[in-house]
Ligand binder design. Structure first.
Ligand code: 6R9
Length: 572
């Protein structure tokens, strides 16, 4: 809790704040009444995302605004309904039925939305695959749940090893027949040759499987996390109250649906709230991103610390070339949001950046900075209404304010995962203490209920008996003008148990030098604490990161260190 600054909201920015109930008055049951199924009990996420809005007279509203490298176009809610109905008809004709796994391997593109919605309309469980996955990552996932159907682009399908995936019987390609090979089916051609089936929607139970996302956690092979249609309750209301989405907003979530953020807050939540979503095909580029924000008039923007840091590293002069005045609400997820980024947001974008915390397993945001509340930079915010958080000690006891322990959430909430695919034993490891979901993250909660992230439990550093969270050291270092990116780990040390080691990527106008190294060490020593100052600093060209969400891979940095020291031993 190094930083005690409090940043008050600019109330005029936000819309929904006034309708927020007090914590005591909140009930998930009340939220359900926004949906017609609260009477029927039968549901379909795709209907709630799309068809419902067309029936209510909003068919002409823009649902998707696509900006690709070659083309740019918009689709209305009616377009999205017609296209997803049509593709659902094709899928059904080719055998897709309720409960089947349908993988979607497409770049960020409206086709990805349409494919996902079409599969969901049939009651299939959709598995969006991240566009940068290579052969093994794709194989592992499809194999694990015996996926039978795949919808892919002609480029990405090349990374699918059909000969090693016997379960995968049917592959649809989002292209014309000339671009298909072997038994691949041209989705475009088939779609031209069918009549859209009326009432194509398969009504399912609230607990019926909706999507599967694989998450690696800290060890072991990826686990298939399955969510149910019920998750929409929380995905809808967090979209409304946290993203503050309303009529007239232009919303951009920069994540690909292969990351849970891109599915929940890139596809479902904005459609559930009848918003216009911007889709940008292509990779990160500061100029492109600023251009998109300006040109499409984005009002609400959801991204990640790694992207904000890359924009910061490009300098503030670049921003001044763009008119970004339409942006009224910015949010972040996936990694600790350094206070420096929050300051940058206020100075250069005239907006607070609102941190949100959740996990693949939790299915929706749980710890948030509501737009109407004060922000404490360095804190992830407070539990969303209806969510109870606590810091637990080793034996599951609730720790007092300020103590470091495991961040735990009182189960149950609507979007909590339904199962870990074929691994009930793994599922129960999340609930070692009665009624609590254990996150694997270490955190503290202050007297006012704000939650401060410390690190994954396996990232904590213990140096001469002092416990040091890598996040605080990283956040201090990032304040230094020379530092663009940083990852901090505990390096095994014979005397101290561990020492703090920082891996730093320098901003391009800075050169590696002994003086700079000393200056950085002093910067932490004087700004944070002597024991937190890195005893070792190594400069790198880039940091290892998770491909999907850009999280700094501290465990990879650790593994490199371990390997280095064992090499030393061997070479002695
Ligand atoms: C949505 C998502 C989950 C892990 C989580 C934590 C880290 C997420 C964070 C954050 C600090 C935040 N994480 N949000 N750490 N501050 N606001 O990221 O899901 O990819 O499954 O990762 O990410 O360590 O446990 P997922």
């Amino acid at each position: 809790m190094a930083n005690s600054t409090i940043i008050q909201p600019n109330k005029g920015h936000y819309n929904i704040a006034e309708e927020l109930p007090s914590w005591e008055d909140f009930s998930w049951k009340d939220i359900e009444t926004n949906f017609s199924w609260s009477q029927t009990g039968k549901v379909n996420m795709a209907y709630e995302c799309v068809d419902r809005h067309v029936e209510a007279g909003f068919g002409e509203k823009t649902a998707l605004h696509y900006i690709g490298e070659q083309e740019e176009y918009k689709l209305t809610y009616r377009d999205l309904k017609e296209k997803s109905d049509l593709w659902a008809t094709v899928l059904k004709k080719r055998g897709v039925k309720k409960g089947d796994f349908v993988f979607v391997f497409l770049p960020k593109h409206p086709d990805c939305h349409i494919a996902m919605l079409a599969a969901i309309k049939l009651g299939a469980v959709v598995g969006p695959l991240f566009e940068a996955f290579m052969e093994d990552a794709v194989k592992e996932r499809i194999q694990d749940c015996g996926g039978t159907f795949l919808i892919a682009s002609p480029e990405l399908v090349k990374r699918v090893q059909r000969d090693q995936l016997p379960s995968l019987t049917t592959v649809f390609i989002t292209a014309e027949p000339e671009q298909c090979t072997g038994d691949e089916i041209s989705l475009f051609e088939e779609a031209r040759n069918v009549e859209t089936e009326e009432n194509i929607i398969e009504w399912v139970d609230l607990d019926h499987g909706l999507n599967i996302h694989y998450t690696s956690g800290s060890t072991g092979k990826p686990k298939g996390i399955i969510h149910a249609h019920r998750a929409m309750i929380q995905q809808y209301i967090t979209g409304r109250w946290v993203l503050d989405l309303k009529e007239g907003d232009i919303y951009w979530c920069t994540a690909h649906p292969g990351w849970v953020t891109g599915t929940v807050y890139g596809v479902f939540a904005p459609l559930l709230n009848r918003t216009t979503t911007v889709i940008h095909g292509g990779r990160f580029g500061a100029e492109e991103w600023y251009d998109i924000l300006e040109r499409t008039g984005v009002t609400v923007w959801y991204s990640a610390p790694t992207a904000f840091r890359m924009l910061m590293a490009k300098g503030d002069k670049l921003i001044s070339n763009y008119d970004l005045s339409k942006i009224r609400h910015i949010l972040s997820v996936g990694e600790p949001l350094n206070p420096e980024i929050v300051r940058w947001g206020i100075e250069t974008l005239s907006n607070r950046i609102h941190d949100t915390w959740w996990m693949t397993e939790t299915g929706a945001q749980l710890i948030v900075n509501l737009p109407s509340e004060a922000i404490k930079p360095g804190s992830m915010g407070k539990p969303f209404p209806g969510i109870e958080a606590a810091i637990l000690g080793e034996d599951g006891e609730i720790l007092e304010a300020g103590a470091v322990g495991q961040l735990a959430l009182k189960a149950n909430w609507p979007s909590l995962m339904r199962e870990v695919w074929k691994d009930p034993a793994k599922y129960s490891t999340y609930f070692p203490f009665d009624g609590w979901y254990l996150s694997g993250d270490l955190a503290t909660i202050d007297e006012t209920g704000y939650v401060f992230f410390q690190g994954r439990s396996d990232d904590m550093i213990n140096s001469s008996g002092e416990r040091i969270g890598p996040f605080e050291v990283e956040s201090k270092l990032i304040e230094h003008p020379a530092v663009a990116e940083v990852g901090v780990i505990g390096k095994p040390d014979a005397v101290r148990g561990e020492i703090v080691k920082a891996f730093i990527v320098l901003n391009k106008e800075y050169q590696e030098s002994k003086e700079l190294l000393e200056e950085l060490r002093l910067f932490v020593r004087s700004g944070l604490a002597a024991h937190a100052a890195p005893r070792e600093i190594e400069f790198l060209e880039e940091l290892p990161k998770t491909p999907i969400s850009g999280k700094v891979l501290r465990r990879e940095l650790k593994a490199r260190e371990a390997k280095k020291s064992s090499d030393l031993l061997v070479n002695k």
